[in-house]
Design a protein around this ligand. Sequence first.
Ligand SMILES: Cc1cc2nc3c(=O)[nH]c(=O)nc-3n(C[C@H](O)[C@H](O)[C@H](O)COP(=O)(O)O)c2cc1C
Length: 384
Amino acid sequence: MKASRRDSFASRTARRYQTTQPMYASIRPLLFLLPPGAAHALAFAGLAPAEYVAPLRALLRAVMAPGDDARIASTVMGLRFRSPVGLAGGFDKDARRVRALAALGFGHLEVGTVTAREQAANPAPNMFRLPADRALVNRLGFPNEGAARVAARLRSAKSGVDVPVGVSIGKSRPVAVDDLEAVVADYTTSFDLVKDVADFVVVNVSSPNTAGLRAMQGRAHALALLSALATRGGGSCRLLVKMAPDLDDAQLEDLLSVVEEVGLTGVVATNTTISRSGLATDARQVEAIGPGGLSGPPLRARAVAVVGRVRARLGRKVVVVGVGGVERAEHAMALVRAGADLVQLYTGFVYEGPGAPARIARELARLVERERVASIADLVGVGG
Ligand SMILES: Cc1cc2nc3c(=O)[nH]c(=O)nc-3n(C[C@H](O)[C@H](O)[C@H](O)COP(=O)(O)O)c2cc1C
């Protein structure tokens, strides 16, 4: 009796919430008055009650998260995903809000990027909004509390998280890319700390904000690093590599040949781009922002193209996670049709608000229905 009263309250509230989605649109201008870093901190403060108070989290889940829906559920890497829409790396770097973020309706979370050594952000300003493009530029450079503390926090929060959680690992800033042995040792330290608590591990070799990091995507470097980690994981760890959208065909082939050779679980495509082409934002403003990784809709077409190439090159042997410019179900579907088993978003979450993951999942279910297939898994790589 009590449960049914609560269910009906939750479903009434859910209906109301779905019709008041514009609420975030009216809050966003106020939030966007704050510098991006401060807005991020405020959002984290807003998620704190749900992170620490289980009944609040249950309410949040009942109101926000899509229920079980076979049309968008899938099994990937041997893990059950209620929705293919996950949170991309970098939003919750220190795994501080995993329970609350899961309750918002993400189908999985990728926390990190963490490094072996704790490190601060690059000097401010290091994050910028480009509202005309609904985009962001960041040059944060992996600020995080270090792999050991983040792994411990995730371990204690994990029982309250009902979706798969991956951990992204990167290179500590002071370790020179030229010293390959030291780089491998640095990643290995992080890997050993997170591998037992992570449902999957993503090796980030593609951030543009750590000097020289992208060189790790070259064949020799990638082979040394990824084979060392795969050996370390002993076949029991799901290991993926995250790649840049800026690789040319030969560089892409180099990296994908290593993925194949090492027998990696999969690829996350893509990280932010260093390109600034096709932006609506005034060129002088873009220039004034300076270096960093661009994310959001300007990245979308490139992400879809890269996902398509990865799938065409590696076939169904690997898992592909598509990331870049997802704001609506149509964008997620384009990545799936290009070959993505799962998708992620970061910038779309910032611009569309906390209802985005659940809304995209619900709309995706309707798109799957329209295609007259049983599940979204039937649409992976079908093109169109
Ligand atoms: C502020 C910011 C910080 C990011 N930090 C990370 C990070 O630490 N690790 C990572 O793998 N990707 C990071 N990313 C990249 C995202 O995970 C994602 O690959 C990229 O933003 C494209 O997706 P989007 O268009 O949905 O944002 C970051 C992106 C943004 C905007």
